[in-house]
Write a protein that binds this ligand. Structure first.
Ligand SMILES: [Zn+2]
Length: 49
């Protein structure tokens, strides 16, 4: 696979939209299965199903 495409795919999978402020953010791979705190508003952002 094209390495640049692989990086893009990884970032796409780790991207989450905050339910409160609707802003996108990239979650670290280690937090993939956990809720994270929105870096913009502080709300909990649950993992994508
Ligand atoms: Zn937010």
């Amino acid at each position: 696979m094209n390495p640049i495409f692989a990086v893009f795919l990884t970032i796409f999978r780790l991207k989450r939209t905050c339910p409160e402020c609707k802003r996108d953010q990239v979650v670290p791979a280690s937090k993939r299965l956990e809720s994270v705190r929105c870096k913009f508003c502080g709300a909990d952002v649950p993992p994508r199903k």
